[in-house]
Unconditional design. Structure first.
Lengths: 202, 202
């Protein structure tokens, strides 16, 4: 079993932290996304959307999408639980994972791609859209701060996959100069807390 | 228990079809999203992202995000299974649900919002971005057609939540004039198949 990834990209880090929390060892194969290696026929055969990370099982079966790879390992090895237990907690963690992914992680990514022109060899940057994505990502920080004023972690009182998405999104946000503001006291408390976990170095 | 929704919007239809497949009855409360009712303090208290659908439990706890609501019911009542069984199938269904949601459903939604100005009272449409989203949605149909040349349903040989997302995305795509092409023979075969299910009328 191995994972095709790019060590500097934010999505693969989500998987590495998830596997560190589960204490699951993994073989990693580096893909040069800046050079377009993910767009090759070989990689497209593993993931038709031409993105990393990709988990390749020993029989050649491939799973892509960061969170789907994480779900695979959650089912194989449930402990420690990172997607929740019981209908309500599972739904709440899924909801907050999605809130963070859609409104923070993805907006930061769109801001990066559309304002820096990093992938301008394969897409046409839309500066106005990129700037708006950055505005929306920044706005979401207030919602996340409010949530963390009520709960220890992003999706409640247990560390979960939603915290992993949020940590990777916030660290990546620095590349587009989106940072926590002085009034984000609850987010700062949480950020220090999750950074104490050994998995945060993965 | 009740669901706040808008009967004409594509996301709530995903939940209605899912509940019809599970044969779970539900009370629906209509929200006037065109009139901005979802932006009210009352609705924001139920979902900070101000979107529908929202599931409200009898104790007032709210779950939003279409797929998180579906997961709630999958855990409460596993049969018929719509998110898969076992690590591999669960991951594959999750992956294809996400492929369809991110590359078809969301792109169609962005194309609609940014080219029609439907929500121009609350957001600034970016015509160029909307048109590009439509191009990407159309491109994804070829990938989905290829997948359906190999499997009966979107995520394999079992009907799943990925089919529900795809059906609702394709029907909604008509509003931005994105339709199946003559060469999408496998998608057409699949579309007829899923439309035979009573749930498709939900």
């Amino acid at each position: 079993m191995k994972i095709y990834e790019t060590s500097t990209a934010p999505s693969p880090r989500r998987v590495r932290i998830f596997l560190a929390e589960k204490n699951i060892p993994m073989n990693y194969v580096q893909v040069d996304i800046a050079g377009g290696e993910n767009l090759s026929d070989v990689l497209r055969a593993k993931n038709p959307m031409a993105k990393i990370p990709i988990l390749e099982l020993d029989d050649g079966t491939c799973i892509s999408e960061t969170i789907s790879i994480c779900r695979y390992f959650e089912t194989l090895q449930p402990e420690p639980v990172l997607f929740g237990c019981g209908a309500l907690q599972i739904a709440q963690i899924d909801m907050w994972q999605r809130f963070v992914e859609l409104h923070l992680f993805s907006n930061v990514g769109m801001c990066f791609q559309h304002t820096t022109g990093y992938f301008s060899d394969r897409m046409k940057p839309n500066q106005e859209y990129g700037l708006e994505a950055g505005v929306q990502a920044t706005k979401f920080l207030d919602i996340l701060d409010k949530q963390l004023s009520q709960y220890q972690y992003v999706a409640g009182d247990a560390f979960s996959v939603a915290d992993i998405t949020a940590l990777c999104a916030l660290d990546f946000a620095r590349v587009v100069n989106i940072r926590l503001a002085d009034n984000h006291v609850h987010l700062k408390r949480w950020y220090a807390l999750v950074n104490q976990r050994p998995s945060s170095k993965a």
